[in-house]
Ligand binder design. Sequence first.
Ligand code: IMP
Length: 195
Amino acid sequence: MKEIVFATNNAHKLAEIRAILGTAFNVLSLADIGCHDDIPETADTLEGNALQKARYVAEHYHTACFADDTGLEVTALGGAPGVHTARYAYPDRQDTEANTDRLLQELQHAADRSARFRTVIAYIDAAGKEHLFEGIVHGHITTQRQGTEGFGYDPVFASDESGLTFAQMGVQAKNRISHRARAVARLSEYLLIDH
Ligand code: IMP
């Protein structure tokens, strides 16, 4: 079976990708290949960060690999927080509640509350060729938190398709339409059908 490294140690993301690719690929995590480094993520775009992580693994471990990066892009904020989504409230740490509070605050007087989640996956194949895959889900930012499931901005992001926040939809329904699921589907289509 072909091996491919996913540059993450996030158990949820690994389970999701293994469920899709598991029969054709042995998907290894960073821990599985003995990588405990703090891989730099210093680019100013999602594409840049995903490529930076994938290149790091390809260069140090000489293996086919992929990495992802996700951002919330809000129209009224000119696409922010974008690449800064994880650390929107504080540049040095991830605080979900503070991030959400800041977002609601920034949009207090906004007429246009439209937003999208965008995931970029960078894949570097065994020959060193780089590929990018994207997944987008469109929606809007609600005026207050709704729902209890999920993580991150889920309580304030309502998808156009369901009209509900991701936190109200539940994980299974969310995972059928999410930005990450869509990017993963593009990657797996490429890997399973063509390669
Ligand atoms: P990452 O690139 O997957 O680490 O995502 C960056 C940040 O985007 C996370 O820290 C979350 O704040 C946010 N995020 C990513 N995906 C989701 C999601 O599905 N729901 C809510 N927030 C998300």
